[in-house]
Design a protein around this ligand. Structure first.
Ligand code: PLP
Length: 404
């Protein structure tokens, strides 16, 4: 099955088959599961063949390319409707490389949504700024503000998250693509929270899609990985960055990630359904002040999310604020959980509960967090694939301080 025929299949089918035959096209048999190629280097029968492999981008050294990693890249590209993908050692390495490849260097400018994942915000605000990049943060849901910033600084890139972390704001990707392109910028979209199951940003005008594959793509909390999906032409720039900075994904991780991808659709379907049920329940709970979830009609971008995600769901993350609570009350609530795990990640099969103020956004000052709307009573749940009744019962018990 090649990429061309894959494009004819539904997302469920692509997730199961994509990348299966990559890397081993020469052999007479095709394993149903791609093999793991741990070799760092490759030899050829004749020096001319090795020379040709160097010239044609064949396998010569694993930092330049590896068959197992290539199988994963082919699979993620197929899921995101992209021409090519490049895998990295982490989501942050992928975001950094995508920004560098888009031209973020001294003298250039980047416009980015203000409420990004904490480390992405710090990468822009501290590291890239210190290297001479002009960085302008905007409210990614305010088109006029995005437009004005792009007109003023003429950025090389506009960076947004499809669904932001942890406030779950939804980006109007077609509108942002139009603004970015009119000002000569590439639209870079971190699609980690939404996954290609909910939306494929390249089809809506984005130029580059980035994943922390550590989350939903892997899905099992056992691999740190990042992937950038884009056009064949932009792949060249990413490969230059990868070859010279070396933040490569290892073949063992690539193989595990490929295995995780096979069940992406089943997992995310369940996670979206359970998250919606929990968000509706939490909204009615007396101890909850406010629930952030794009599937609730009260969410400011509910209609946009319904349109962009085509009725497939609204994601597996629910954020809420405990009523009259600060760090102390949130910590006690999290300590009382027995099933849901207080841990710093998302997208896993287990339900994970996180306190943004001390984990994902720890590196920000209290003033920076307050400006983003991240309060001390805020909790983020990454809904797993357990029975939703069990998750709800666990949350209910933890929300009731007098219950055993
Ligand atoms: N992007 C988003 C939206 C994230 O939530 C994270 C991590 O939580 C990252 C990027 C960074 O990914 P990684 O931890 O794989 O480097």
């Amino acid at each position: 099955m090649n990429q061309k025929s894959l494009a004819d299949w539904a997302m469920e089918t692509r997730a199961v088959h994509a990348g299966r035959t990559a890397g081993d096209r020469e052999s007479r048999y095709i394993p149903t599961v791609p093999p793991i190629h741990p070799s760092v280097t490759y030899s050829y029968g004749r020096m001319e063949d090795l020379d040709e492999a160097f010239a044609a981008g064949g396998y010569v050294y694993t930092r330049h390319g590896n068959p197992t990693v290539a199988a994963l890249e082919e699979a993620v590209a197929a899921l995101e409707d992209g021409e090519a993908a490049v895998a990295f050692a982490s989501g942050m390495a992928a975001i950094h490389a995508a920004l560098l490849a888009a031209g973020a260097r001294a003298g250039a400018a980047v416009v980015a949504a203000r409420d990004l994942y904490g480390a992405t915000y710090l990468l822009l605000d501290r590291l890239l700024r210190s290297q001479g990049v002009t960085v302008r943060f905007v409210d990614g849901t305010d088109r006029a503000e995005v437009e004005a910033a792009c007109a003023e600084v003429r950025p090389v890139a506009l960076l947004v998250e499809t669904v932001s972390n942890p406030l779950l704001k939804v980006a109007d990707l077609p509108a942002l693509a139009e603004i970015a392109h009119r000002h000569g910028a590439a639209l870079l979209v971190d699609n980690t929270f939404a996954t290609p199951y909910l939306v494929r940003p390249l089809a809506l005008g984005a130029d580059v899609v980035i994943h922390s594959a550590t989350k939903y793509l892997g899905g099992h909390g056992d691999i740190l990985a990042g992937v950038v999906v884009t056009s064949a032409a932009r792949r060249e720039g990413l490969m230059e960055v990868l070859k010279t900075t070396g933040a490569n994904l290892g073949p063992l991780e690539a193989w595990l990630l490929l295995r995780g991808l096979r069940t992406l659709v089943l997992r995310v379907e369940r996670q979206c359904a359970s998250a919606l049920a929990l968000a509706r329940w939490l909204e009615t709970h007396p101890r909850i002040r406010r629930v952030f979830y794009p599937g609730l009609p009260a969410h400011p971008q509910h209609e946009l999310a319904a349109r962009l995600f085509g009725g497939r769901g609204f994601g597996g993350i629910v954020t809420f604020e405990l009523r009259d609570a600060g760090r102390e009350e949130v910590f006690r609530f999290m300590d009382r959980l027995r099933l849901c795990i207080p841990a710093t990640s998302l997208g896993d099969v287990q339900t994970l509960v996180l306190y943004p103020a001390h984990s994902s956004h720890r590196g920000l000052s209290p003033e920076e967090r307050a400006a983003l709307g991240i309060t001390d009573g805020m909790v983020r749940i990454s809904v797993g694939i357990e029975a939703v009744e069990d998750i709800q019962a666990d949350l209910e018990r933890a929300l009731s301080p007098h219950r055993k």
